[in-house]
Design a protein around this ligand. Sequence first.
Ligand code: AMP
Length: 472
Amino acid sequence: MCGIVGIRDAGGISFSLYYALYALQHRGQESAGISTFDGTRLYKHKGQGLVSEVFDPAILEGLSGNVGLGHVRYPTTGGNRPENAQPFNFLFRDHLISIAHNGNLVNDRELRDDYECRGQIFCTTTDTELIAKIITDEMSTSGNIEDAVKRCMRVLKGSFSVVMLIDGILYGFRDPLGIKPMCIGKTEQGIVLASESVAIDALGGTLIRDVQPGELICIDENGMRSMQIAVAARRAHCIFEYVYFARADAVLDGALVYDVRLKIGAKLHEEAPVEADTVGPVPDSGTAYAIGYSRRSSIPFVESLLKNRYMGRTFIMPSQKEREKAVRIKLNPIRKHLKDKSVVLVDDSIVRGTTSRRIIGIMRDAGAREVHVRIGSPPIKAPCYLGVDMPTREELIASDKSEEDVRKRITATSLHHVSLEALVDAIGIEQKDLCTGCLTGCYPVTISGEESRFHSVEFLDGTYQARLELFG
Ligand code: AMP
């Protein structure tokens, strides 16, 4: 999980990159960074914290140029270290390179070993540095930048959506299975590549389409070119993007996430109806689901928990006791809506189960008589190796427990998770084209010790498929 954006815009880009990252803030709160190119120099600013904490107008004024990229980081591999903040900038034989990545490689260890055996060193533990290393290595043998990028796309395995600047040309590419999202948009004078369409909306732009799995996009002063580098037998879009990760107002691979969540809410009622006084969400992740449930069941939608929107990240609380208190500051119950009531509480997912247990405790303390929990994803049973921060099996509450055991643990009156069939139906993409690893324990790429349904990938010569003239 991370958010990426790349923009070429004749009207300047640093403020646009900032707004786009702001729109993608939900994809990572650990660090934020921007780099830009003005025709001669690369400029960069990045730091730990939220987009609004890392940048100010003076910093943005100093990021010159008409092409650049940005990144918000959610630490998965590589841990929470300041040196892992992206984008990374490199100088290689007079070529100025900047790169930002969303995803997780599964062959990073062997690729790294290969370079280290040849005496190369790495400054970070990130996949991003590894991708840059592969590209510069290929550049040194082929001498051609585009060929180097294409070759890099062939050796990476796992999930990767990448934006990259080399000598002022903006490149974007997506892994052959399309695991991580990336889309293309248009503004008055420019082109935008972004993890989610909400970044394009924030710039007043228009969504053109998704970057296709295995596609390479090149954007220069003449416009945009597209090349299909790899074609897989199937796709493997991350199912959890629809469940939790993407913003509800994003359009991902053709589906409006809000609509998907409304449909799942309706299915939750169809699969597990219950008589209750009200239905409401765990804010904000459960809201669209709860509206869907309410519409389908005709049980009134009533919010009984209010979220403090100005709450900082809870991990800075030093002790467990402080963190417990922080949950109370973050979510406050509306007692009048809960006292002696039977309520349906809807959320997107249960991962460790600690949040649900705490929230139900708060609701019962406020007088709720019954709390019927409805969850917009099937039980999460297995870790994610492809970029979502899903813990180990030991930490996942549903990995070895029945739904009834989980119900008892979180102290719900009743509990139902939506079925995989209903979730897939709501997304509107066939199950064979979705990655369901965290739900089924079966992954679309080979992972040692895990079950996989391998998707064969054919590599093409990468001749131009399409051209979009946008400038001049
Ligand atoms: P818990 O069961 O206590 O681990 O919390 C689950 C809740 O955290 C879900 O309802 C989501 O809203 C949210 N969530 C789910 N997956 C993640 C994740 N990978 N990182 C952060 N929050 C998540």
